[in-house]
Design a protein around this ligand. Structure first.
Ligand SMILES: *Cc1c(COP(=O)(O)O)cnc(C)c1O
Length: 407
């Protein structure tokens, strides 16, 4: 099935990717989601919307981001060539702004005056606060008190950008409670507000909207790589948390003779609670309003998860990923904390690029595969830059001396 036909067919009208996806909502929110779906399906095809989004990407975000050949890192690993799609050079330093700017523009076109979200580590909050500032929208970000204490620089960024950061002090005071608080706000205020989900997850239409706004990454990368090389890469890979950077990167290659691999965090190991590799260890279930593959505890609730990369520690995955694995088009693999930290240091030393710990998982997989393949090429989506992770990495791993002979 070609790319255009695939996009027409998936998701279905009721938001399904095969058996996965859908919208499991409290009845009060059904009309709100229906309004967003209808508005999106009309607005996203208008030339006014398309042209405005193009202008924003070019002039504000700095797109297209380049594709870069890692010559020295590739030589160190053997003969297989590693290339990076440089989303770390997208404004604010990661891919998240791609869908936040799209969601902000949609809110503007729909005549909403406010956008809200929850945030864990603060990356989504900062991207959304940036979009709100750009579009002149009010912005409220819900964040657990524990996360606020841990993520002071991101809290400061959101506030400087003009967002209201609301501390959530119920339960464990982290992401889950922040989600509940943001939903509560949305239930009260959906007439003038849009809830902006931070990844390709949640009830329909969010997995579709976020995917569509992220596809610019794969579309650019495919053209850029073809222009550079005259052919396509053998393997494309990206890290998978909720699955937004990966789905946008993968889909434009869906009809090509290219192997596609998503990489999940193995964290400290295989035991439940030590990783966040939902696709590798999870089973089907419903959480946060959609049907997908998820990690459950003994009672069937979302299990505790862990990864050194806070952007990857989500107990489920976007429904389109579950579907693409089921039909055999995309494979999912894992990389541990240590492999990710090794990749973090190697890319820094060999290429002068400090990657986000999230992106380092995809790079770790690419490095492993490059050694096995011994020839050919791998294109990695470098979803973000690593400045945010420096303090943590240095405190726990020094300056990488112990990774010199890591294999
Ligand atoms: C949030 C984040 C991710 C994970 O989110 P996805 O929705 O899976 O893409 C990956 N990389 C970076 C840099 C992030 O900030």
């Amino acid at each position: 099935m070609d790319y255009a036909t695939y996009l027409k067919k998936y998701p279905s009208e009721d938001g399904r990717f095969g058996r996965y996806g859908g919208a499991y909502l409290p009845p009060q929110l059904v009309p709100a989601m229906e309004e967003i779906t209808q508005a999106y399906l009309t607005i996203c095809h208008s030339s006014q919307f398309i042209n405005e989004l193009r202008r924003i990407r070019r002039e504000f975000q700095g797109r297209p981001t380049p594709v870069y050949h890692c010559e020295k890192l590739s030589r160190y690993l053997g003969n297989c060539q590693i290339y990076l799609k440089r989303e770390d050079l997208n404004h604010t330093g990661a891919h998240k702004l791609n869908h936040c700017m799209g969601e902000g523009l949609l809110a503007k076109f729909m005549g909403k005056k406010r956008i809200i979200a929850e945030t864990g580590a603060g990356q989504h909050g900062v991207a959304l606060a940036t979009a709100a500032a750009f579009f002149g929208l009010e912005c409220t970000i819900y964040m657990g008190e524990v996360d606020i204490a841990k993520q002071a620089p991101n809290v400061a960024r959101m506030k400087v950008l003009g967002a209201k950061v609301v501390p959530v002090s119920t339960g464990l005071k982290t992401l889950k409670e922040a989600v509940d608080a943001a939903f509560e706000d949305y239930l009260q205020n959906y007439k003038e507000t849009i809830y902006c989900i931070g990844s390709a997850v949640g009830p329909h239409p969010f997995p579709m909207i976020v995917r569509d706004f992220q596809m610019v990454v794969g579309e650019e990368a495919r053209e850029q790589f073809k222009d550079m090389m005259g052919f396509l890469p053998d393997v494309v890979t990206a890290c998978v948390g909720g699955g937004s950077n990966s789905i946008g990167f993968f889909l434009p290659f869906i009809n090509d003779p290219v192997e596609i691999v998503g990489v999940e965090p193995l964290g400290r190991g295989e035991n439940l609670g030590d990783h966040a590799a939902s696709m590798s260890y999870g089973t089907e279930g419903v959480m946060h309003g959609f049907d997908s593959i998820m990690l459950k505890d003994a009672n069937g609730n979302p299990a505790p998860v862990y990864s050194i990369a806070s952007g990857l520690d989500y107990p489920s995955v976007g429904p389109e990923h579950a579907f693409l694995r089921e039909v055999g088009r995309v494979k999912y693999d894992i990389a541990s904390d240590l492999e990710a930290v090794n990749a973090f240091f190697k890319l820094s030393r060999y290429e002068g690029i400090i990657p986000a710990l999230e992106s380092s998982h995809a790079l770790a997989y690419a490095m492993r595969r490059a050694k096995e393949m011994g020839k050919g090429s791998i294109l990695v989506n470098l979803s973000g830059r690593g400045d945010k992770d420096l303090d943590y990495v240095i405190e726990h791993y020094g300056y990488g001396e112990d990774f010199k002979d890591f294999d």
